[in-house]
Design a binder for this molecule. Structure first.
Ligand SMILES: N[C@@H](CCC(=O)N[C@@H](CS)C(=O)NCC(=O)O)C(=O)O
Length: 212
């Protein structure tokens, strides 16, 4: 049985959960609050020394870093293959994962979604300068993802892969901001893909509770 430590509102936790759900592997989500005022719990720092979520435990095997978790889940369990076999498609999948980690997460989620949507919901004021300076980089990210998106229901065409599991949570939050919604309209391939992906059972089963 897989134990996944994290919170349902985290995009990284949701990526891992999407892959686990798509594989059809049983798992338990064990709540960890890394944003607690006193900092991440001590026992979590033993699992994830950087204080981030998720972390995975499978029998005596512990693992952190979402890209590694995604690959492990695909390779260690039966179920549909979530990685292409052909080297070029596999490389494209890794390219999506890397773009999402390196460029998209901070810009789309923290600089735009958190500022415009999450903070406002909590009654705080958005940092307009931070949002404004993120819009150019966000355009580059969305255009790059749109250019890489293959024809078909999934990012890589006709096979659901780890790239879909990793991209959907981030782009879903980004699209909740008016800036994100407008930018996604200019990337019809990506927008249609997200609308289709959001209807999947795995996406429904991993909806966050109260907080995003
Ligand atoms: N490189 C990590 C990043 C994970 C990450 O940034 N998770 C966020 C939640 S979505 C987190 O734990 N943030 C806590 C913090 O930055 O203090 C991974 O791939 O797992």
């Amino acid at each position: 049985m897989i134990e996944l430590f994290g919170a349902d509102y985290s995009v990284y936790v949701r990526s891992a959960r999407l892959a686990i759900e798509e594989k059809g592997v049983p798992y338990t989500l064990i709540p960890v609050d890394v944003f607690a005022a006193e900092g991440p719990p001590e026992e979590h720092l033993k699992r994830q020394p950087f204080g981030k979520i998720p972390a995975l435990q499978h029998d005596d095997f512990s693992l952190f870093e979402t890209a590694a978790i995604l690959r492990y889940v695909d390779e260690a369990f039966d179920g549909p293959l979530l990685q292409p076999e052909d080297p070029r498609s596999r490389a494209r999948m890794m390219q999506f994962l890397s773009i999402l980690d390196t460029y998209a997460y901070r810009t789309l989620v923290w600089d735009i979604f958190v500022e415009r949507v999450a903070k406002t919901r909590d009654g705080s004021e958005a940092d307009e300068a931070r949002i404004a300076s993120a819009l150019g980089p966000a355009r580059t990210i969305i255009q790059a993802l749109e250019d890489l998106k293959q024809k078909g229901d999934f990012l890589l065409g006709h096979q659901l892969t780890l790239a879909d599991c990793h991209a959907a949570p981030m782009l879903n939050l980004f699209q909740q901001s008016p800036e994100g919604a407008r930018m996604m309209e200019s990337a019809p391939g990506l927008q249609n893909w997200l609308q289709t992906f959001k209807k999947r059972e795995s996406f429904q089963a991993t909806q966050p509770g109260e907080k995003d």
